[in-house]
Design a protein around this ligand. Structure first.
Ligand code: KIV
Length: 278
């Protein structure tokens, strides 16, 4: 089966077809996402928060992303695979950015890479694109700058912020990105940016007028019922059935009910070989 390419995704915008992206971090989730027919799977550096239990994405390394990219790539037959460039894998120089992006493609199975930042990241984007690696940009709330932004907050609410966001969007398009994630941006501003760009915008907390939408798989599946940000809709409530399956297993093991005869292996029928007597 042919994998979806960056060109296919650009075409979707031209044809006014919405793009669907979800995150995945392992083979099993990737296989299910692919089978569901989503267009893009993102190995997000959100892996730090939802898989590694970190408070933010800053501790995720390039080796982590290569590893998770490789796991996810084995589960995909059709969906386009984008892998995030983690904190400090592209900020030092454009050369460092290209070297890191190359690893994500060569070792991590990425078809494209995603990096955070607008105007300031444009030179790195250009360098990577010139080497033939498609780039997804990421502007608005950029979680790798959480300390600078003062938290996970909506961006572009005021006039200056809105103007900067538009400049950032145009800069990453000009640098050669084939798509841009808009995170936590007022819906009206995201609509303006989407209309101004020829490349697709993929929103998370950025309203319905984006050309596509992305959610973190653990969030949309409802693995953590206590996580309830405004932008999130849970399409399943998996916390309860998972808890109850673990509890059922524990109860049956403790009561000696599991494993039953149907789950056990038995010796072959027939006369028992008698051990040598003499
Ligand atoms: O890391 C991530 O999962 C992301 C998405 C939220 C877009 O960047």
């Amino acid at each position: 089966m042919k994998k979806i390419t960056a060109l296919d995704l650009l075409r979707k915008k031209a044809d006014s077809e919405k793009i669907v992206m979800v995150t995945a971090y392992d083979y099993t989730m990737a296989r299910l996402a692919d089978a569901s027919g989503v267009d893009m799977v993102l190995v997000g550096d959100s892996v730090g928060m939802v898989v590694q239990g970190l408070p933010d994405t800053l501790g995720v390394t390039l080796d982590d992303m290569v590893y998770h990219g490789r796991c996810v790539s084995r589960g995909l037959q059709k969906a386009h695979l984008t892998v995030d460039m983690p904190f400090m894998s592209y900020q030092v120089s454009s050369e460092q950015a290209l070297t890191s992006a190359g690893r994500l493609v060569q070792e991590g199975g990425a078809q494209s890479v995603k990096l955070e930042g607008g105007e300031r990241t444009a030179p790195a984007i250009q360098k990577i694109v010139e080497a033939g690696i498609p780039v997804v940009a990421h502007i608005g709330l950029t979680p790798q700058s959480v300390h600078q932004l003062g938290g996970f907050k909506v961006q572009g609410r005021g006039d200056d912020g809105a103007e900067q966001l538009m400049q950032d969007a145009l800069a990453v398009q000009e640098a050669g990105a084939f798509s841009v994630v808009l995170e936590m941006v007022p819906a009206e501003l995201a609509a303006e940016v989407s209309a101004a760009l020829t490349i697709p915008t993929i929103g998370i907390g950025a309203g319905p007028e984006c050309d596509g939408q992305v959610l973190v798989c653990n969030d949309l599946l409802g693995f953590d019922g206590s996580f309830t940000p405004r932008f999130l809709k849970r399409f399943a409530e998996m916390e309860e059935p998972i808890l109850s399956a673990f509890q059922g297993f524990a109860e049956e093991v403790r009561a000696g009910v599991f494993p039953g005869p149907e789950h056990s292996f038995h010796r072959k029928k027939g006369p028992r070989k008698v051990a040598k007597l003499y």
